[in-house]
Design a protein. Structure first.
Length: 677
């Protein structure tokens, strides 16, 4: 408090009678002071004494019902700080019996007691358990530390056991720095293997996605675990995460998780067994491993552990991922909604960050872009407030912004997510962040940038051993971007390779996205009628699967290929579908395309004429040159070939070089010369 303000507050406090000052001290020590609480704490003249304080401007004078409220929190803080320790303890002693809430009574009991006291420690530990059940892990952590402070060194449980329990509560509450500090302190004196491994687990958990920062921990914790199957199960579970995040090796992660599950079962540690099975199932799902559904069923078998059941790395989360990747959007939504409700009730901040992101992703797949954007932004805010999962939340927020918000913001968030993943050495989320960047670049019209980003995703996922295309869903974006930059051959190769895995795994929405990309390949090669037929089918398939945004994208592709007919424009259906999704960036694209449509009826071009002068050109170059010969502008060529204007310009540059000419006028002259012959 500034010195001048402190002096002013103290001068007003000095104007109080001794009894009024004691009454205000009790009020400052209470969490939610009321006149009834002050009476219960032995302050018989509370009404008159609080009125005196209000007259001096120390308490709020406006009606607040039975509550006693200080005019400013600093007044309460100054009053409490200036009081002698003996008087503070007396106030807490009175409140330890007067407070109605058992957690509050236990806290006051601790603050009124000096030294160790097993009875006080036991009451605080009970209060911590109650706070945990109420969904207040941060309160549980602070009560647990108080319990440890009052626990005798030779008591049971030991002080450090209560400290580690407080550290685990702090992890759940998102207070990772506090948790890490507690665990490191315990490790300076702990000798029992179980206690040391438990402390190391807190250190590793506190590292979050930056597991590379604690790489040196693993040999130490393995040595501490010895040959105890229960302790080894916990270590191998963390080694499985290290395999995923640091090494980027899904096969290694799956093997470590399966081994952890076996060890935990041998040691009858059901909680560790369930967590390991859930991780094994998630890894198998992402790998496209055929055992994934069986492992999920094993992880969901009874008996279940209430904490694990709603954990973001637990069996429920593993089942959600499988449902989402299997196109079961409705069931995925109900599953994640129930999990989110439970973790909010329990105060599990880290799980809330992840589950809110999962729900946003589900809504995005369903085409509810406005709802997805709200959820993604809230998840990112919560992630930044807690310091948990910031990269992952930025990645999903980028996808949501690209679909329902601002494309510029989507690009910023995707780059932020990629930078965080690079900094943490997190290969798994780096590929997701780059996929989001490629998608945002594609929506922004930067096909070349999208190709560069998504080619890197392809390389990363091949190295990770990810074989399920439903994990990142970037393949369709890459194929479409390749068509736009004049690489239909590579696009077709990607479609063919991805289709094999999608067919094997039954990923219907991925197959539809691949068919949409293949239709654009056909259009670029001149088969526009075949492309239209396939796109119409794709639109219907997305509608049946419940993928509203993808349905609208297919309708947009149809509109850009279809000839103009009398009556409503061909873009009306796409605009309607994007509007229904609240997909504002896509709606802007539709409006721009409709504004650029030629006034006269567009004609579906036949394959490029086989003029002798064009025989040395590639297929895309021949089509662009032929349309220039017909008098089409670059924008018209881009719309009719479903490529970007930049791609048209780059293709023309190659045409000029190969034909030894300088401008589009020279192409027209060549055509005129050919006809004159």
């Amino acid at each position: 408090m500034p010195t001048s303000l402190r002096a002013l507050v103290l001068s007003r406090l000095d104007m109080l009678s001794d009894e009024a000052r004691r009454t205000l001290l009790v009020a400052s020590a209470g969490a939610r002071p009321t006149l009834a609480l002050l009476h219960a704490a032995g302050r018989e003249n509370a009404e008159a004494e609080t009125a005196q304080a209000a007259a001096l401007g120390l308490l709020a004078t406006e009606p607040e019902g039975p509550a006693v409220r200080f005019a400013h929190p600093l007044i309460s803080a100054a009053l409490y700080a200036e009081a002698p320790a003996q008087e503070r303890r007396a106030a807490h002693t009175a409140l330890s019996t007067a407070a109605s809430d058992p957690i509050e009574r236990a806290r006051h009991l601790a603050l009124s007691t000096t030294g160790t006291d097993p009875e006080v420690a036991a009451r605080l530990s009970e209060a911590a358990a109650l706070a945990r059940d109420r969904g207040a892990p941060s309160v549980a952590a602070s009560l647990g530390l108080l319990a440890a402070r009052h626990t005798p060194a030779d008591g049971g449980p030991a002080p450090d056991e209560r400290r580690l329990e407080a550290a685990e509560d702090a992890i759940i509450a998102g207070e990772v720095d506090l948790a890490r500090d507690i665990a490191r302190e315990v490790l300076t004196r702990a000798t029992a293997p179980a206690e040391r491994v438990r402390a190391w687990m807190v250190v590793i958990e506190a590292a979050g996605q930056a597991l590379g920062d604690v790489d040196a921990v693993y040999p130490q914790v393995l040595a501490d675990a010895g040959d105890d199957p229960v302790l080894l199960a916990q270590v191998h579970y963390q080694l499985a995460w290290r395999g995923l995040v640091v090494q980027g090796d899904f096969a290694e992660a799956r093997e470590q998780a399966a081994h952890a599950a076996e060890l935990a079962a041998r040691g009858a540690d059901r909680r560790s067994e369930l967590m390991a099975l859930a991780l094994q199932a998630s890894t198998e799902t992402l790998m496209g491993h055929p055992d994934a559904p069986v492992t999920i069923k094993r992880a969901l078998k009874e008996p279940q552990d209430p904490y694990v059941a709603c954990h973001h790395n637990g069996p429920g989360a593993a089942r959600f991922r499988w449902l989402l990747m299997s196109d079961q959007l409705s069931e995925a939504r109900s599953t994640i909604t129930a999990l989110l409700r439970e973790v909010r009730r329990r105060g599990m901040v880290e799980s809330e960050v992840h589950f809110q992101r999962f729900l946003a992703e589900t809504e995005l797949r369903s085409g509810h872009c406005g709802r997805a954007l709200d959820l993604a932004r809230e998840s990112l805010r919560l992630a930044r407030d807690s310091g948990i999962g910031m990269g992952a939340s930025a990645m999903l927020a980028s996808l949501a912004e690209a679909s329902g918000g601002e494309v510029g913001r989507a690009l910023e968030l995707a780059r932020e997510a990629a930078d965080r993943a690079e900094e943490d050495g997190d290969q798994m989320y780096l590929s997701r962040a780059l996929a989001a960047l490629g998608h945002a670049q594609s929506v922004a019209g930067d096909a070349a940038g999208a190709v560069a980003s998504l080619r890197r995703v392809r390389e990363l996922e091949a190295g990770l051993g990810i074989n399920d295309p439903a994990r990142g869903r970037w393949q369709g974006d890459l194929a479409e971007a390749l068509v736009r930059v004049g690489e239909p051959g590579e696009a077709q190769e990607l479609v063919d390779a991805t289709r094999e895995d999608a067919l094997r795994l039954g990923r219907e929405s991925i197959l539809a996205a691949l068919d949409r990309a293949e239709a654009l390949v056909r259009a670029a090669q001149g088969d526009r009628e075949g492309a239209l037929a396939r796109l119409t089918s794709v639109q219907d398939r997305f509608a049946k699967l419940g993928y509203g945004l993808e349905e609208a994208r297919a309708a947009f592709a149809v509109a850009r290929l279809r000839t103009r007919r009398p009556g409503p424009t061909s873009y009306d259906e796409a605009a309607r579908l994007f509007r229904r999704c609240r997909a504002l960036p896509w709606l802007r694209q539709v409006e721009a395309a409709a504004a650029e449509e030629p006034a006269g009826p567009a004609v579906v071009p036949a394959p490029a004429p086989a003029f002798d002068v064009l025989e040395g050109l590639a297929a895309m170059e021949r089509q662009v040159a032929a349309l220039v010969m017909e008098g089409a502008t670059n924008r018209e060529i881009a719309a009719r070939l479903f490529i970007s204007v930049k791609t048209v310009e780059a293709t023309l540059t190659r045409v000029y070089r190969k034909l030894g000419i300088r401008s589009r006028v020279d192409i027209v002259r060549l055509a005129a010369g050919h006809h004159a012959k």
